[in-house]
Design a protein around this ligand. Structure first.
Ligand SMILES: [Zn+2]
Length: 197
């Protein structure tokens, strides 16, 4: 397991100035040290975990999301062990996310349960790069819950901002209203006809 902090520091829980600085800068939360520690300890149990690269963990919606690179075929085994080992953390669920170096791909992985219509890259005149994900407005409640965390982790991993644009889809609402009017007219005409008889 490759981790961004020193293994000695993570195992002992006593951080050297280098590791402490990474936490002080906000690159990693202090509790992530415990997550990294469990992952490093699992190296002995799960072969092939040595090549997996820890990127970041975040918590939202009472779920712990662990972002890992080169996760490959170890997902289910790792999830099973982590559920046992991290039981004390009181999360509803532990979700492993495969890291993607392509920011567009990463958006889809971070918003795994949200329908996304498209993700596009934009360049502002002052040279800032940002991304916009177009999402149907009916998905907004889900994004309201997790959006801030997704934005934060996206920024940490790509150094870019992501914005969500909610797009309305009128669907068949208009047609239904027209149908109602037609039915109304028909009923009136029928009423007139009936009175004439
Ligand atoms: Zn250290």
């Amino acid at each position: 397991m490759q981790i961004p902090l020193d293994k000695i520091c993570v195992k002992s829980g006593i951080l050297c100035p280098n590791c402490q600085a990474k936490i002080d800068k906000g690159l990693y939360e202090k509790w992530e040290v415990d997550v990294m520690k469990v992952l490093v300890e699992l190296e002995d149990k799960i072969k092939g975990l040595r090549d997996v690269n820890y990127k970041k963990s975040i918590v939202f919606d009472r779920k712990l999301y662990i972002i890992l690179e080169n996760l490959g075929s170890h997902r289910h085994e790792l999830e099973k062990y982590l559920r046992e080992k991290l039981r004390n953390f009181n999360f509803d669920r532990i979700v492993l996310i495969e890291y993607a170096s392509n920011p567009k791909e990463l958006v889809y992985k971070l918003l795994a349960n949200v329908e996304i219509k498209s993700t596009n890259i934009y360049y502002s005149p002052d040279g800032i790069v940002y991304y916009v994900a177009k999402i149907p407005s009916y998905e907004k409640p889900k994004v309201d819950e997790i959006g801030d965390s997704v934005k934060r982790i996206f920024k940490i991993l790509t150094r870019n901002d992501i914005y969500f644009e909610f797009v309305d889809y009128p669907k068949y609402k208009k047609i239904n209203e027209e149908e109602k009017i037609e039915q109304h007219i028909d009923a009136n005409q029928l009423d007139k006809l009936l009175k004439q008889i």
